[in-house]
Design a protein around this ligand. Structure first.
Ligand code: PEP
Length: 252
């Protein structure tokens, strides 16, 4: 049975007090309403990770994630945060390869491979994002594009290391646009991703959680999560509202 996961990517939003309130609200709602088998992950901005840690229950249904990390453990990299720092703050996951990092900060597949190594070396699990821009989808080249991203950044891993990877398929044209991939489009790509992972990691691909991301909301989550190869969601905008986020979690 694959792990069902709903992860909230808060991006660069909230003040400290707002982050604390949102975390407390999510913690209460998850305790009262969420199915026990869903792993909930929240990814607040770096400065808030430590500050919200004591607001989530210890039993681990909610875990913390960074939104990015550097590939080095320490050094002269002004403004950057390392995987070991995230680990020391209480994070158990890190999101890598988000399309905003790829586009705005010019992160390459090769650099992401190093970040993946740094995260795993520091005992963080990775939510690895992949997904195609609109022009690639329009040219019907999305399968080639996404599988290449995975090959370039993940196929150097050992099977043991790969067990700590969660994939998030996020078509760029659906992120923050209100335009969701149809459940059929999501399922088709998730199946393609799983087959591609199986070509390198064999049976492990069946155990790998593949999340969908891109304008996932309470009113479309059920349909998306009911697809055979969709194991949950990476949620942006809707993760900033405790009610919406919890309703998505309840959509399994
Ligand atoms: C994201 O940025 O990871 C995301 C899925 O955003 P949104 O849900 O707002 O489209």
């Amino acid at each position: 049975m694959r792990k069902q996961i709903v992860a909230g990517n808060w991006k660069m939003n909230k003040t400290l007090t707002e982050a604390q309130s949102l975390t407390s609200e999510i913690a209460n709602m998850v305790a009262d309403e969420a199915p026990d088998n869903v792993q909930v992950i929240i990814a607040p901005p770096y400065p808030f990770i430590y500050a919200v840690q004591n607001l989530i229950p210890e039993m681990g249904q909610i875990l913390l994630s960074g939104q990015n990390c550097h590939s080095e453990d320490s050094g002269a990299f002004t403004g950057e945060v390392s995987a070991s720092m995230l680990k020391s703050l209480g994070a158990q996951y890190v999101i890598l390869g988000h399309s905003e990092r790829r586009e705005q900060f010019k992160e390459t597949d090769q650099e992401l491979a190093k970040k993946v190594d740094a995260a795993l070396k520091n005992d963080l699990k990775v939510i690895f994002c992949c997904g195609e821009p609109l022009e690639v989808r329009e040219a019907n080249e999305q399968n080639k594009y996404v599988t290449q991203q995975l090959t370039n950044s993940l196929f150097h891993l050992s099977e043991e290391a790969f067990k700590n990877i969660v994939i998030a398929y996020e078509p760029i044209w659906a992120i923050g646009t209100g335009k969701t991939a149809s459940s059929a489009q999501a399922q088709e790509m998730h199946e393609t991703i799983r087959e591609h992972l199986a070509s390198k990691f064999g049976k492990l691909a069946e155990e790998t959680s593949i999340l969908y991301g891109g304008s996932c909301k309470p009113d479309n989550a059920k349909e998306l999560f009911s697809q055979k190869d969709v194991d949950g969601g990476l949620i942006g905008g809707a993760s900033l509202k405790s009610r919406d986020f919890t309703d998505i979690i309840k959509s399994f």
